[in-house]
Unconditional design. Sequence first.
Length: 341
Amino acid sequence: MRTKPTLAIVVPCFNEEEVLPYTLPRFLAKLGELIRNNQVAEDSFLMLADDGSSDSTWDIICTLARHNSRVRGIRQSRNRGHQNTVLAGLMEVKDCCDASISIDCDGQDDVDAMDEMISRYREGFDVVYGVRGNRRTDAWFKRTTARAFYRLLGWLGAEVVYDHADYRLLSAPVMKELSGFREVNIYLRGMVPLVGFKSCEVVYERSKRIAGRSRYSLMSMIGLALDGVTSLTIKPIRLVMALGVVISVASFFGIVWAVANVVMGWAVSGWASTISVICLLGGVQLICLGVIGEYVGKTYLETKARPRYIISERTSFEGDGSSRPAQVAPTDAGESVRGDV
């Protein structure tokens, strides 16, 4: 059995002024309960990562940090997306904790599942995935598309945990190894399994959102799905190649059939069949070019090696809660930019 860990609860936030007054007391109460029950160390803390919110989210974080020494906060210089914000929080805490638990701030994930996550960590597991027992709280469209997406990733050969989002426990060694992944197109749900280490799952019930509305639009979910597919597997390109082979073989037999018709005098002039074939092949070609272009575009972004996140402000970690800007320094190519306090 491992000793009780110093735990960091990482919470990404983006324009969550409506829900934070409800969920932050819940997170702090759970952290206090874990400390009182001797499950985690006294110096465990809550890390709030603001994704460049335009409302009062950062002010709420700073106010809470001023009054509670267990609360820390970082703010990105601009909106970078959910996955980058989770990564920023993990990279910020990886050197000052034994384990982290990332959880969304909307209150839908069951905080009581943290007890079992900590127990599994102390048993020797380095990665503990929070898996939804069901998706009854999701709308039919989201539930159906999510299931289809997980099946698609599995069929394409990507290693993902079914019905797992970003509620997970990671040990410090896993976070340090994760920092070595330099992808700009981040899909943590697929990256974490690639790190390896001993893992298990904890099933929990997901509830409805407490307040506010989800910031994940349909286009955001489509973008996340594209990042997931293109960052984890090249099978779509191979499928495009296979489709090209099939169409080429079919075209060859079509040419033979056409020549045979001409030789035997059965040819009938007509434009409908010609237009149909042209439209079919044109559509297939555009789809194939789109798939290839998606990979070329992602490769282009990766070669630029731009920082995945930039932290502009941090709350003080010494207990006074004051907020001050981070001094951002240049780093080696491909390394995320982080500030020195």
